[in-house]
Design a binder for this molecule. Structure first.
Ligand code: WT7
Length: 567
């Protein structure tokens, strides 16, 4: 029996105060995620319980108990405070999935500063636009990533401190750089946590928009209430679980459900900082005796590709509950996991903006393969007409997913961009930007995004950002970037370009442009294919017709081209 029990029972008399009571929080109290995730668990008598089982390259392993993470986050918190970091200052975490990323995140929150995690594979330009927007005061990083910070340092006068967690004493520190070693620092036993309250800002995650710069999604400490409860009800996390969330904390899954939820529940979680391979992953599950697994469709499709034979080499009997997020989970993947792993993957749907799971196939309930499941209790979720934005209330009709924003983890604004934030609301509904239908039993069936954003392997990439970066390349005159279908990653980035006179459209140039994007933006944003065009299709007003190029890639009807003018 799952903790969730029956859907009907749960929605009857639902109140978020259930979670508040379990967390012994009363409205108006101090609420600090850093404290809830470490000190409180120790106070509950679980100081010696393993919190984090970490495994890195070359078989390196580390284990941190709840007391260890309490001390480490105190120590990092104190270090930052001594540097002069104040509440609400933005502190960027720019690291691989090393322990300091998890412990640093809690340390930043303990001093009331805002944690701004960024994916460590980001290149200089991706990093720069996000730090500049947030006017970030400090960045915590590793030696291997410091060169990317140095490259754009001159443009970032606001960035006062570059904290390197694995500093090599043989190398000289440069301007604004400072070394911090968790191993060498004196553990801070007593630490005064900043008394944040419900609406104090906590985490700032950057997400790609269709137009314009990436937007900083701002969350608050009260988000804990949603994350704590949904981890019990949707992920079925229990006290004796060994939990594995494969997401990187550079993205919201990796913070909401890869740090906050499991630690606030006092659960043991494991982290692997090694690249993906079916062998590595199955071995990790066997070795750590993983019980609950939160992963993503692209990874599941890769495992499917690796075949069934390899599964038989491992003992995966510890697994109890499987969950997925980030992109459509096709029914084949659910059927495959049921047949091969003996358990179905349960889809969960949400966004950086929503902060916690919105729609899911709940544990213990019938899983409909291909459906995302039902709305989380307490939510008003509906399908809105695409023109009038009124609820459709008709089974199986596709419209926009809309939510009434009254759950604790909902974003409070886009950083410094109230206008973009307000544009997300129509008729009192938060417009998700995704299309779906609902069936007679209240299950949501995803139908696609309502914009041009590319979802590659569960990561959103803005065509606008890639197009702008392409124009920085010396050979590119014009560009249009769209999603191209892909067996494993669902979508990959494809660029159409026209070259400036004097540059040759050949395979070397294609590689050169690809590498340029990989370095300036990230490997995710790198086009997997570049198609040279003599000119790009445009509307009469001169706008590049991205939609038409996209439709061609997907073999779809190109639609109305009457405004097309391509002379
Ligand atoms: C977008 C949000 C929040 C987790 C990580 C992604 C797509 C997310 C599903 C799903 C189909 C999904 C949507 C959504 N998406 N989950 N279960 N089925 N699509 O967060 O980067 O903010 O992306 O990912 O398009 O809007 P994100």
């Amino acid at each position: 029996m799952s903790q969730f029990g029956s859907y009907e029972e749960r929605i009857k008399n639902f109140s978020w105060s259930m979670a508040e009571q379990e967390l012994e929080y009363r409205p108006g109290d101090v609420i600090n995620i850093g404290w809830y995730c470490s000190d409180r668990i120790c106070q509950q008598g679980k100081a010696d319980k393993p919190a984090l089982l970490w495994e890195g390259m070359g078989g390196k392993e580390k284990t941190y108990t709840y007391n260890d993470i309490r001390l480490a986050s105190n120590t990092i918190g104190k270090f930052l405070r001594d540097l002069g970091i104040k509440p609400e200052d933005r502190v960027c975490l720019f690291m691989d999935k090393i322990p300091e990323l998890y412990l640093g995140f809690l340390g930043v929150l303990k001093i009331g500063a805002i944690a701004q995690p960024l994916f460590s594979a980001f290149g200089g330009e991706s990093l720069f636009v996000r730090l500049e927007d947030a006017q970030t005061r400090a960045i915590i990083t590793q030696r291997k990533h410091v060169s990317k910070v140095r490259k754009v340092l001159e443009q970032m006068p606001f960035l006062e401190h570059i904290i390197i967690v694995d500093y090599d004493e043989k190398k000289e520190l440069r301007e604004r750089e400072v070394a911090f070693s968790l191993e060498k620092a004196t553990p801070v036993e007593q630490f005064e946590i900043h008394p944040t309250t419900a609406e104090s800002p906590s985490v700032l995650h950057y997400t790609s928009g269709t137009t314009g710069k990436p937007k900083g999604v701002q969350h608050v400490h009260y988000s804990l209430i949603s994350q704590y409860l949904s981890a019990q009800w949707a992920l079925d996390l229990r006290d004796d679980d060994i939990y594995w969330c494969t997401a990187d904390p550079g993205w919201v899954t990796g913070t909401s459900y890869g740090i906050i939820a499991p630690f606030s529940l006092g659960i043991t979680q494991c982290v692997q900082d090694i690249g993906f391979s079916a062998n590595n992953w199955y071995q990790f599950i066997e070795k750590k005796r993983v019980t609950v697994w939160y992963s993503a469709p692209t990874a599941i499709r890769s495992l499917m590709k690796a075949g069934e034979e390899i599964v038989k080499k491992f003992d995966l009997s510890s697994l109890r509950h499987l969950t997925s997020v980030g992109e459509p989970l096709n029914s084949e993947a659910v059927i495959w996991s049921q047949a091969v792993l003996g358990l179905p993957f349960h889809d969960t749907y949400w966004q950086t903006e929503t902060g916690s799971i919105m729609i899911t196939n709940f544990p213990g309930m019938k899983v409909k393969p291909g459906s995302m499941g039902r709305a989380f209790p307490g939510l008003t979720a509906t399908i809105l007409d695409m023109k009038t934005y009124e609820p459709i209330n008709e089974p199986s009709k596709v419209g926009l997913i809309g939510f009434k924003p009254d759950w604790p983890a909902m974003m409070r604004t886009y950083w410094n961009n109230k206008e973009a934030y307000e544009s997300k609301f129509i008729n009192g509904w938060y417009i998700s930007g995704d299309r779906s239908s609902i069936d007679r039993e209240g299950y949501f069936w995803f139908a696609g995004r309502d914009d041009d954003i590319i979802n590659t392997a569960g990561h959103l990439v803005s065509p606008f950002e890639v197009e702008s970066a392409l124009l920085e390349h010396e050979a590119v005159a014009e560009s249009a970037v769209v999603a191209k279908p892909d067996d494993v990653n669902m979508e990959v980035v494809k660029a159409f370009v026209t070259l400036k006179p004097g540059f040759e459209a050949n395979a070397d140039m294609e590689l050169n442009i690809m590498n340029f994007i990989r370095k300036t933006l990230s490997p995710l944003a790198m086009p997997q294919e570049i198609e040279y065009m003599p000119s790009l299709p445009k509307t009469r007003s001169g706008k590049i017709m991205r939609r038409m190029l996209r439709a061609r890639e997907w073999g779809e009807d190109i639609g109305d081209t009457s405004t097309l003018d391509n002379d």
